[in-house]
Write a protein that binds this ligand. Structure first.
Ligand SMILES: C[S@@+](CC[C@H](N)C(=O)[O-])C[C@H]1O[C@@H](n2cnc3c(N)ncnc32)[C@H](O)[C@@H]1O
Length: 235
């Protein structure tokens, strides 16, 4: 099961989201045109492409993902490869390693190795920035079966973040929050295309029931804050 529709014409790939995310990012880590950047689990690579343009990067940043989208960003060097495989082979070093809404998809045993290897590839002032859904204050619109699965997934995410913080002396900083306004119709399409990992294993029957629930639960326009927490690891 793979995530093909995560940033497929959703608020997550909108110019406004990408712009405000990159504004947030560049406040957390000092970057300039010479910076070397890696995005693990980059999806379509739009965030990284936009960041590259914003910084006028001399060297194209590298984005890796196990999914190779036809409409991926051309401003990056994209590699279709599993994160661990890439990190084991790669000899390049980086000023920023971004892992956004991806770490929860890794097997627990792989997370430690992924971060250990990532840390070894950091330049002296480099940082790893890990973003994940705010496990406590998130406002993702859900239907009941989705809510249950999300609650369980977020409990696991919280544990993962706690153990990473402990093992790698990570520091949680103020997270990123984005005000989403989306039509109920469009959000229902997103749910139907299983945009988020908690929907991946659900049967079509459960999804259809969920769509009915969303239709009766939400108004024509849905407003919510997409909230992420951010964990910073240094060399
Ligand atoms: C929720 S999406 C996040 C995409 C992007 N970082 C963003 O925030 O828009 C997670 C991405 O991680 C990728 N992914 C999952 N497991 C991976 C692995 N082992 N190695 C590399 N990428 C992986 C998925 O294919 C997917 O594109």
């Amino acid at each position: 099961m793979s995530l093909k529709n995560w940033d497929n014409k959703t608020w997550l790939s909108s110019n406004s989201y990408i712009k405000s995310f990159n504004k947030f990012l560049t406040k957390q880590v000092e970057l300039n045109k010479n910076s070397k950047i890696l995005d693990i689990g980059c999806g379509r690579g739009k965030i990284l492409g936009s960041l590259s343009q914003k910084l006028s990067l001399k060297k194209k940043p590298i984005g890796i993902d196990i999914e190779k989208h036809k409409d991926r960003d051309k401003r990056i060097i994209f590699k279709k490869i599993d994160a661990l495989r890439f990190l084991k082979r790669n000899k390049k070093t980086f000023d920023l390693i971004l892992i956004k809404q991806t770490i929860h998809l890794f097997k627990v045993k792989d997370i430690k190795n992924t971060l250990k290897l990532s840390k070894s590839l950091l330049n002296p002032n480099g940082k790893i920035l890990i973003f994940t859904l705010d496990p406590i204050n998130n406002e993702i619109p859900t239907f009941s079966a989705m809510k249950k699965k999300l609650k369980k997934a977020l409990k696991r995410d919280k544990k993962i973040i706690q153990s990473i913080s402990f093992l790698f002396k990570g520091k949680l900083i103020k997270g990123f929050s984005y005000k989403v306004k989306i039509s109920r119709e469009r959000y229902m399409e997103m749910v139907n295309s299983k945009y988020i990992s908690v929907l991946l294993g659900m049967s079509q029957k459960t999804i259809f029931r969920g769509l009915d629930e969303i239709k009766s639960k939400f108004k024509k326009q849905i407003f919510f804050k997409d909230k992420l927490i951010c964990l910073v690891l240094k060399k």
